[in-house]
Design a binder for this molecule. Structure first.
Ligand code: 2PG
Ligand code: MG
Length: 461
């Protein structure tokens, strides 16, 4: 019994919240939040994108040119300390929905421009880590408990949504960046990521080992061909100055074959086109094509041809985030046989995803926590994707840290796919390594990659 005058305190009661400015994998300042409950503490570091969509939640930076090129996040840190902390101390960190509701209400803007989505997400995720620690359970267990009861109805449910395996926990198929262009590598390729997917692997670990072998074979081939094979982009993928996009695809296919694997059967390809960043008022400007302006229709024709000619099973942001007509057309033409992922298009935002479902645009959605700014909103968008039959892909950002939360999130929600970057650089490997650790536990090690039979390429469409 408690002595008079004291009441028994819940282990998940928030006692204190700290925040600090740290640095991400590009050497840019970012926010870390550390949240202390009576029974345990947790912390989270917020990532940052380069090819960001215009509809993303606000990443609050200082814009004070006297320090760190204006990229400092001391205002966001201060917002955690002086506004968010006093409001949340005493609350229950285990009640994630309430924490996130309070955070959104306190901010009071549509895109979290007042306090900053970087401040808000840091607190939201640190609360989840602390609640798990205070309850003496792992983060993946805690996230699964948060995930299960979330229910959404968008009135557009697909029959696929009733499949029992969807959203059950398990290990995701990794979509691994091999060759980088666009804003991530600074060389001449317009399209951002050329990725490999170990769709025929019998286990997650085997799939990752294949990818590591392919990565090293690719380095050797690029170097032998006179390209700077070992220079890597922001996500650890190689950034050679190739002549055109087809060359990137051919190099990747040759590397897959070199290690004894079958393109399209064991390992398929994906491209993150990231078209928003080369879209102009007049059309899509392609440096690879001597600066020519292409229409959406011409790009769609190209992707139609490539997805018949090569084992490419997934295209992300093939058109820009405002090109709804182009998106509708590509979905009509390719959507029945190719995964079409909306990243900049949907920005993990439930309202934009709903608009996509209503307009029959895309068939898959990229999920990035910092595009929307709280864990609860992220989980809700993810549930919405399942309900609509849109395949979700959990994704890292090009600016990352040692924080591995997304690995646990992908397993806990059974999202089915994860995109972390390449198999080089520790901010990427930290997350793959966490997935390998989780693969040792029977309750989490269902290999969802095996169920993605649709990613086997049949060469014709
Ligand atoms: C993307 C991501 C990750 P960024 O476009 O999907 O590859 O890049 O974080 O720069 O938006
Ligand atoms: Mg993208």
């Amino acid at each position: 019994m408690n002595s008079p005058g004291t009441s028994k305190r819940s282990p998940t009661r928030i006692d204190r919240i700290l925040a600090r400015e740290l640095f991400d994998s590009r050497g840019k300042p970012t926010v870390e939040v550390e949240l202390f409950c009576s029974g345990g503490s947790g912390r989270a570091i917020v990532p940052s994108g380069a090819s960001t969509g215009q509809y993303e939640a606000c990443e609050l930076r200082d814009h004070d040119a006297r320090r760190l090129g204006g990229a400092g996040v001391s205002r966001a840190v201060q917002n955690v300390l002086s506004e968010i902390s006093p409001r949340l101390v005493g609350q229950d960190a285990a009640d994630q929905a309430e924490i996130d509701r309070v955070l959104c209400e306190l901010d009071g803007t549509v895109n979290k421009t007042r306090l900053g989505a970087n401040a808000i997400l840091g607190v939201s995720l640190a609360a989840a880590h602390a609640a798990a620690a205070a309850a003496h359970i792992s983060l993946v267990d805690h996230l699964h408990q948060l995930w299960k009861p979330i229910s959404v109805s968008i009135g557009l449910e697909s029959p696929a949504a009733s499949q029992p395996t969807l959203g059950a926990p398990g290990l995701p198929l990794p979509m691994v960046n091999m060759i980088s262009g666009g804003l991530h590598a600074g060389q001449n390729l317009d399209f951002q990521d050329f990725l490999a997917l170990p769709v025929g692997a019998p286990t997650f670990r085997q799939g990752l080992e294949w990818i590591v072998d392919i990565y090293h074979a690719l380095a050797t081939r690029l170097t032998a061909a006179g390209y700077e094979g070992c220079l890597v982009g922001d996500e650890g993928g190689f950034g050679p100055r190739l002549g055109d996009h087809e060359q990137a695809i051919e190099f990747l296919l040759a590397a897959i074959e070199q290690v004894g694997l079958r393109p399209g059967v064991d390992v398929s390809l994906a491209i993150d086109v990231a078209a928003t960043h080369f879209h102009t008022a007049d059309g899509y400007r392609l440096n690879c094509q001597r600066g020519e302006l292409w229409s959406a229709g011409q790009l769609i024709d190209l992707f139609d041809r490539w997805t018949r000619q090569y084992p490419i099973v997934s295209l992300e942001d093939p058109l820009s985030d405002d090109d709804w007509d182009g998106w509708r057309e590509i979905t009509m033409r390719l959507g029945g046989r190719v995964q079409l992922i909306g990243d900049d298009l949907f920005v993990t935002n439930g309202a934009r995803l709903r608009q996509g479902v209503e307009n029959r645009v895309a068939n898959s959605v990229l999920i990035k926590l910092n595009q929307i700014g709280t864990l609860t909103e992220t989980l809700t968008t993810l549930k919405m994707a399942f309900a609509a039959g849109y395949a979700p892909v959990i994704s890292a950002r090009s600016g990352e840290t040692e924080d591995v939360t997304i690995a646990d999130l992908a397993v806990a929600t059974g999202a089915g796919q994860i995109k972390i970057g390449s198999v080089a650089r520790s901010e990427r490997l930290a997350k793959y390594n966490q997935l390998l650790r989780l693969s040792e536990r029977t309750e989490w090690n269902t290999w969802l990659g095996k169920e993605l039979w649709r990613f086997r390429w049949n060469g014709a469409g």
